[in-house]
Write a protein that binds this ligand. Structure first.
Ligand code: MSP
Length: 656
């Protein structure tokens, strides 16, 4: 049996900047995908690295008064340390100043030249140094006076005239179009494929591939007065890290399974690189996956805006690397753009990690401690009753769905699906009420089944989130008695028979301690620079409504307000605004309440929250669903926030 290879790469990052949120995003996503394939036994190789040549680096070094190599040596450590801190397990790290890289770039040039695709000419045009790209005049923007500016950086471009070697890229136009048409997975997501096809169809021009105006690069073989254009140099890293064709690693891993990149560098990867490979007679990568672009609190990440300089290491120190990894991969689908806010990070931390998952684990550990001597119960036949079947069916479905999602580069969909199991497991514990079963002598087998099923659900969740949260998942598995063996993907057939019977489960020890209002305030003050208000935040204040007629205290006393904890939440079908909630108000049975908050809250974010309920409101049927009470929320037409409590008050407590 041959083991399928999985070779995934990130872009190599320029060393004129230190790692920020954008770099962390690509690298974390690639790491999660690599881990997913590794846990499936695929022959996995994950490469990242740094791009150290070119005028941009040369100039940044000159500004600092150091040599470009000194600058690179300094900054590369920042990247390597950041990846370590974020639990990124790359198999190799390539630097374009490595000798192994220079050798392969030289060989690549010779192959392209040998194919008759390099010719000498001269180049004149508007050049943007930060982009390392020539722009046609039509794309430039007007600056001060006669200045022409880069459409991306808005800084002045320079008119450059120099002798240059050219790569006959236009020759490959039709072959490239054919390849894209024959391989629907080649450029993903689909919208980016369409963009590339339109660009190629508009006519490929030959590419200027050498420079004489600076020296910081790899010399053109036989013409040392030219250095090789940075993009040929940089793109070749994906092969130079493996070795030349014929070497063991090249034969094992090339062509790459996936070049994961940001959408900013799609054209280089989906057009220049394939044409170069065709010319060099080498196979093309299977997939180029372009992910979207993060803004920070509404602004583009930029050196000149301190508010956008989100430091991934700082966040990892404060909320944990796993929570950051979870947030970035859950918040937006991989191909989409996203806006980062610290508040959203804290929101997901509390709602999904501390409440949904953390509470589930702690409840189950406590119950097992109290009612099963702290040990995983023996497997039992599944008792009669919908709840047991519902959990089993959900677990099996999620194991299939989440796997398919990771396989198709959709970690956010995988996590969404896994959280359906987390919620189902919470509902299961609420419905089966093991604390009551523990008091019924004839319910021992059912109690054992329930505790075991709940622990298994947690173990399955941990195994499926391991690619995204390796450290916490490993800790969860140890807590529920699964041991410390490398996690494997759950197999639907083994549901409820996975955990070793008799294994000790841990005492509750929260892995995601809730960040309370004061904690959040402290963190936000630390993360957000004092002068960091962005335009996007200058929102108008809600207008205070004029006071209405007053009521007497006796009238107020008629209201019965109670603390209610949300146990489950789901949309009311065929409505946009309504959610059906089951809430615990300290009564025998949970209550069902319909709330018009679906546009402001994801159902998942509500589970575990404590809100204030008008408990004596006459029952009503809303869109066919019975509602017994109303939860209080701020906002009139638009919901701005839910009523909450600043202390952990038990459900059912009267509010005055
Ligand atoms: N050196 C080139 C890449 C050569 S690859 C053969 C380069 N380097 S870079 O340092 O500018 O990194 C660009 C990459 O960083 C993007 O493609 C993306 O992976 C990541 N990101 C940088 N900023 C980003 C955002 N704001 N949002 C998401 N990812 C971003 O280009």
């Amino acid at each position: 049996m041959t083991i399928p290879p999985f070779y995934i790469t990130t872009p190599i990052y320029y060393v004129n900047d230190v790692p920020h949120l954008g770099h962390a995003y690509t690298t974390i996503a690639a790491d999660a995908l690599a881990r997913f394939h590794r846990m499936h036994g695929d022959d996995t190789w994950f490469l990242t690295g740094t791009d150290e040549h070119g005028q941009k680096i040369d100039q940044a070094a000159a500004k600092r008064g150091v040599s470009p190599k000194q600058l690179a040596d300094e900054v590369v450590v920042r990247f390597q340390e950041t990846w370590k801190r974020l639990d990124v397990a790359n198999d190799d790290f390539i630097r374009t100043t490595d000798q192994r890289h220079k050798d392969v770039v030289t060989e690549m040039w010779k192959r392209i030249e040998g194919a008759g695709d390099i010719y000498e000419g001269s180049y004149a045009g508007w050049y943007c140094i930060p982009c390392e790209v020539f722009y046609p005049e039509t794309q430039l923007e007007d600056g001060k006076g006669d200045e022409k500016c880069c459409p991306i950086h808005k800084s002045p471009v320079t008119w450059v005239e120099e002798p240059s070697y050219f790569f006959a890229m236009s020759k490959y136009q039709e072959r490239l179009l054919q390849h894209i048409a024959d391989h629907p997975d080649f450029i993903q997501p689909e919208n980016y494929r369409n963009e590339v096809v339109a660009f190629v169809k508009s006519g490929l021009r030959d590419l200027s591939v050498s420079r004489t105006t600076f020296k910081w690069g790899i010399p053109v073989p036989g013409h040392p007065e030219h250095v090789i254009y940075v993009w040929i140099d940089a793109l070749t890293n994906y092969i130079s890290a493996l070795g030349l064709p014929g070497s063991e690693r090249y034969e094992r891993f090339w062509p790459a399974t996936c070049h994961l990149i940001g959408k900013d560098i799609l054209r280089f990867h989906a057009v220049y690189w394939p044409c170069m490979l065709m010319s060099a007679g080498l196979p093309l990568p299977k997939t180029i996956f372009a992910h979207g672009w993060w803004t920070v609190r509404g602004e583009k990440i930029s050196k000149s805006l301190p508010a956008t300089r989100v430091d991934p290491v700082q966040l990892a120190d404060d909320v944990g690397a796993d929570a950051l990894r979870y947030f970035l991969l859950r918040e937006v689908p991989l191909g989409n753009d996203g806006d980062f806010s610290y508040e959203a990070l804290l929101g997901r931390f509390n709602a999904e990690l501390a409440n949904d998952l953390g509470n589930l684990i702690n409840r189950c550990l406590t119950l097992t401690g109290k009612s099963a001597d702290g040990k995983v119960p023996e497997p039992q036949a599944q008792p009669a009753g919908d709840a047991h079947e519902q959990l089993a069916a959900c677990a099996r479905k999620v194991a299939v769905e989440a796997r398919a999602a990771y396989e198709s580069y959709a970690p956010s969909r995988a996590l969404e699906s896994i959280w359906a199991l987390v919620r189902e497991a919470n509902t299961y514990v609420n419905t089966t009420q093991p604390w009551k079963l523990a008091k019924q002598p004839d319910a021992a087998a059912e109690l054992a089944y329930v505790l075991r099923a709940a622990l298994e659900a947690i173990a399955w969740v941990a195994r499926m989130v391991w690619p995204v949260m390796p450290e916490k998942a490993t800790a969860i598995l140890a807590q529920v008695g699964a041991g410390d063996a490398a996690p494997t993907w759950p197999e639907p057939d083994s549901w409820s028979r996975d955990l070793p019977a008799g294994a000790a489960v841990a005492r509750p020890d929260p892995l995601f301690p809730r960040i309370d209002a004061d904690g959040a305030k402290t963190l936000l003050a630390k993360w957000i620079p004092a002068d960091a208000t962005t335009d996007a935040e200058a929102k108008p204040q809600a207008e205070a409504k004029p006071a209405g007629p007053t009521i007497t205290f006796d009238e107020f006393k008629k209201l019965e307000l109670r603390v209610a904890q949300v146990l489950s939440a789901e949309p009311v079908p065929k409505t946009k605004k309504l959610l059906r909630l089951q809430v615990d108000v300290g009564e025998e049975q949970p209550r069902q309440v319909v709330a018009g908050i679906a546009e402001a809250y994801e159902p998942a974010a509500l589970v575990g929250k404590k809100v204030i309920l008008v408990a004596n409101l006459a029952p009503a049927t809303i869109r066919g669903v019975e509602s017994r009470g109303m939860i209080l929320a701020a906002g009139d037409k638009q919901i701005l926030g839910l009523s909450g409590l600043d202390n952990d008050v038990p459900a059912g407590t009267i509010v005055r």
